[in-house]
Design a binder for this molecule. Structure first.
Ligand code: G6P
Ligand code: MN
Length: 446
């Protein structure tokens, strides 16, 4: 089986390759093609992959190319993990938003909108080219903002593009751990959009175990989300939210903490990655692994500071989420091994009022025919409202990116629940346009 990774010079590519190396079964990936616009970054990652493959006789062959057509032609699976504008773009997204006192995270609030406006036009082009050059390939989208980007690719690829994220599976693993049950044995009643979902129930033997967890103060505050949100808030809403909902429920504290920090997340990662990409000649694996651990240790540091959550649990530093979801999905499709995974797919009305083509993040049955959303309990109350509001923003971003309409882009900023003034929205858009050359397409004519 042939796998192509777009954004093949990306830092997390070795995680995927390491997981592939553990797979010796039938139908495993035998060929990996990395594609990137930056040959130096790709060469650095290729050195890490070579180090990982040492002594593994059936290691997948690795080829690198900067030629898109060559990269995707003949691929069975294509992972899309690109970052339009690089980490410099991410740091601008954050800085501009924070200067206006609003959330600038890469997937949430004004930062997510700016990143989406930059990424959607590119993602649409990629999808169009893939549909033409590799019509039988399955596309697994990791590119953030993952839900919005998956939706932007779906008019060209239909149900053959599937978005993934590791936070729901991580949440499920942590909650199962707190309950003392095997994560593989429970049904996670999780629903929402990417980075905007809630765990509403944890079912085992026909019973929901979540109420039991809600009553147990120690267990409830023993894991990442319990620490971020606090037991009182979790009991108030009766659900365990995705960690990214911290930016909604504690927006003010999150902004204060990010403004107080010496560097934004993007700026921190620029420094970390500059060190790594410049030093892969002698000990590529060691330098990658050290950088990876540093990245995991500092993940969501501002949010954890704001909540007084302390350090991350050592089990959360291992990774294993991101690449395992991707591999499980790929195997289920390629080998027709039926499984259930929480994925980003067109919802087909599974979340009530959203339009059937809207991409949602819900449990899906996966087999050789792809991923189908499972019927879940409807979202209710504020969760339903928040999802509708944010999906409408995502639709505006996709529309602006498709038509070039500046006024639709402005509407995306102004109607986001985390942007509290239309005047602030106008300034945000102006600043982003001034700092991000990729937004030049917003014509101002419509
Ligand atoms: C989690 C999120 C991803 C994100 C990753 C890295 O896994 O679900 O969407 O890309 O963390 O975040 P970072 O802040 O380190 O880039
Ligand atoms: Mn994610």
């Amino acid at each position: 089986m042939r796998l192509t990774i777009l954004g093949g010079g990306g830092f997390r590519v070795p995680l995927v390759y390491r997981a592939l190396l553990e797979d010796h079964g039938k139908g495993r990936v035998t060929h990996v093609t990395l594609h990137d616009l930056d040959p130096q970054r790709m060469a650095a990652i290729a050195r890490v992959l070579a180090a990982l493959a040492e002594g593994v006789p059936d290691a997948p062959a690795v080829r690198v190319t900067t030629d898109f057509e060559e990269a995707v032609t003949g691929a069975d699976f294509i992972f899309s993990a690109i970052r339009v504008g690089g980490l410099d773009g991410r740091a601008i997204d954050e800085r501009v938003a924070l200067a206006e006192g609003v959330v600038g995270q890469e997937t949430v609030g004004a930062g997510g909108i700016a990143y989406g406006l930059r990424t959607v036009p590119v993602a649409r082009q990629l999808a169009q080219k893939i549909a033409w050059l590799a019509p039988d390939a399955w596309v697994i989208n990791f590119t953030n903002p993952a839900g919005m980007v998956t939706e932007a690719m779906s008019p060209f690829l239909g149900d053959r593009v599937i978005g993934i994220c590791d936070s729901p599976v991580g949440l499920g693993r942590r909650v199962a751990g707190a309950l003392g049950v095997d994560p593989a044995s429970v049904w996670l009643d999780y629903a929402g959009l990417n980075h905007l979902g809630w765990l509403r129930g944890v079912w085992a033997g026909g019973r929901d175990l979540l109420p039991e967890l809600m009553r147990d103060e120690d267990a409830l505050t023993s894991f990442e989300e319990g620490k971020l949100f606090g037991a009182d808030w979790l009991r108030t809403i009766g659900h365990v939210p995705n960690e990214y909902l911290h930016y909604y429920y504690f927006a003010r504290e999150a902004v204060d903490a990010a403004r107080a920090a010496a560097d934004t997340r993007g700026a921190v990662l620029i420094k970390q990655q500059d060190r790594f990409y410049g030093h892969t000649d002698t000990h590529p694996f060691r330098s990658w692994e050290n950088t990876r651990l540093e990245r995991e240790t500092t993940y969501m540091a501002d949010a954890r500071d704001a909540a007084g959550a302390g350090d991350r649990a050592s089990t959360d530093l291992q990774s294993g989420g991101y690449e395992r979801v991707a591999l499980a999905l790929m195997r289920a499709i390629a080998l027709d091994e039926r499984t259930t995974l929480i994925l980003n797919v067109r919802g087909r009305g599974v979340l009530g009022t959203l339009d059937p083509d809207a991409v949602v993040e819900v449990p899906c049955f996966v087999d050789a025919n792809g991923a189908r959303p499972v019927t879940v309990e409807p979202l209710t109350g504020h969760a339903a409202g928040l999802v509708a509001a944010v999906k409408s923003v995502e639709h505006d971003v996709i529309e602006a990116a498709t038509t070039g309409s500046r006024s639709v882009a402005l509407r995306a900023f102004a109607t986001h629940p985390l942007v509290d003034s239309a005047r602030v929205a106008a300034r945000l858009l102006e600043r982003y346009e001034a700092e991000l050359p990729q937004l030049a397409y917003l014509s101002g004519r419509s």
